[in-house]
Design a protein around this ligand. Structure first.
Ligand code: GDP
Length: 287
């Protein structure tokens, strides 16, 4: 997984004393791991101060210090049961693993004995609802869908009405990841957001997740900024963690947008979803 930063830090520590070259290389190493120039400089400066005061004598001191700085920047989002139905709006551009993640979440909550409903509100991409329906059948959960091209807001409205009537626990709403243009997409998502808010779903029961592909760096950060601006997000779900070489993006998203990380996708199977654990993530990142 994210061994590369840890291995690079180890090599760096082994080869150098704390001279200017060390700090330059440290900064480059952090930038290469997608932490971005500003944060990389900040971390490098903090290491410089700490090293000056003689506190970073061993490799382990150095790694712990970097890891502690990073820990401050990223928080987990923890699932809390709330009044039913809980509505989870799942957002993200096409290809990030949104459908797979919804299926994994459906599987996860279904196994916990919750009544899960899928709402196929990506009516723009042909076959999106078919794909979701296939998962619903396999997992054994219900789905609300309408014809391709119909109003996504109407799908969400129907899903909530129907879940309320049947006392279902969790609605996972799939949304479009692409439309004619970005403005259309964001406007559509804002409409859905308003419909949910008008359906008397309390803030505790309504959460918005952005699905991001961990293998993309700066791109993921820009997507997060865009979606967060349009419909204030609650948390991020990271996919393809199993094939990501860098982990820095997560920390930048946590730091820049103040968004916690909820789940991490570690493969293509329904069981390949973990709750985000900052300790484990950071020990993977810097060990
Ligand atoms: P969507 O367009 O965002 O709905 O993306 P899909 O759910 O269709 O996923 C796109 C591709 O990414 C598929 O081949 C998935 O199997 C794959 N995928 C999704 N999540 C993960 C993950 O956590 N790890 C890996 N390795 N592949 C994933």
């Amino acid at each position: 997984m994210f061994k590369s930063l840890g291995m690079k830090l180890k090599a760096l520590f082994g080869a150098k004393t704390y001279d200017e070259g060390f700090f330059e290389e440290l900064e480059d190493t952090l930038i290469e791991s997608d932490l971005g120039p500003r944060l990389s400089m900040e971390i490098s400066d903090m290491v410089r101060q700490e090293a000056k005061s003689g506190k970073l004598k061993t490799h382990a001191d150095f790694l712990r210090f970097v890891s502690d700085i990073l820990k401050e920047k990223v928080a987990p989002w923890v699932y809390q049961p709330a009044s039913s139905p809980q509505v989870f709006l799942v957002l993200g551009v096409n290809g990030v693993g949104k459908t797979t993640t919804i299926a994994k979440l459906a599987y996860h909550f279904h196994l916990q004995g919750k009544k899960v409903l899928l709402a196929a509100a990506d009516t723009f991409r042909a076959a999106a609802a078919d794909q979701l329906e296939l998962h619903a059948e396999r997992i054994g959960v219900r789905i609300v869908r309408q014809a391709d091209g119909s109003d996504p807001g109407a799908v969400v409205y129907d899903a909530i009405t129907s879940a309320q009537a049947r006392h279902e626990d969790i609605i996972l709403v799939d949304t479009a990841g692409r439309m004619h243009n970005k403005e259309n997409l964001l406007r559509e998502l804002q409409k859905i957001d308003k419909i949910i808010a008008n359906k008397n779903i309390s803030a505790d029961s309504y959460k918005k997740f952005l699905v991001l592909d961990a293998t993309t760096g700066q791109n993921a950060l820009s997507q997060a900024e865009l979606f967060h601006q349009a419909v204030k997000l609650d948390a991020v779900i990271l996919t393809k963690y199993d094939s990501a070489a860098k982990g820095g993006t997560v920390i930048r998203i946590g730091e820049k947008l103040g968004l916690p990380i909820a789940y991490v996708g570690t493969g293509e199977k329904y069981t390949d979803l973990e709750s985000f654990n900052a300790e484990k993530f950071l020990s993977d990142l810097v060990s």
